[in-house]
Design a protein. Structure first.
Length: 126
């Protein structure tokens, strides 16, 4: 991500990139000798990085349908992340405060993606 002038609160690509960096830092701090922790953190890392990859891939989509499809996959990955970070938190494998912050960030990212999908489909209800 080159352009540091973009607002991560409104620029989804930048936001998910920063989110992935936070997940990497979070996962790196976990006890990799614990089998459960290692498996759950690997899954969390895969789904977290998949969010950004799908957002970027959407940019290359040739149709609006492709674009929406990639955003839908990104949303599914974000929802999966909620599960993994919650599991790591509730199994006491991760620091409670760090996990809660990351869970909040995950929810915000998922909400942004969900709102984008609704807008793209033209189904926003007021």
């Amino acid at each position: 991500m080159q352009n540091n002038n973009l607002n991560p609160k409104t620029d989804l690509k930048k936001r998910v990139y920063i989110y992935a960096l936070k997940v990497i830092k979070f996962v790196d701090a976990l006890n990799k000798k614990d089998l459960t922790c290692r498996i759950a953190s690997d899954q969390f890392l895969r789904s977290a990085t998949s969010i950004g990859a799908n957002i970027i891939e959407a940019q290359a989509g040739s149709t609006k349908k492709d674009f929406i499809n990639f955003y839908t996959h990104a949303l599914k990955s974000a929802n999966e992340c909620k599960f993994w970070v919650g599991l790591l938190r509730d199994s006491k494998r991760a620091d409670l405060n760090d996990a809660n912050k990351l869970l909040q960030e995950t929810k915000e990212v998922a909400n942004m993606i969900g709102a984008s999908i609704i807008t793209l489909k033209g189904k926003r209800k007021f």
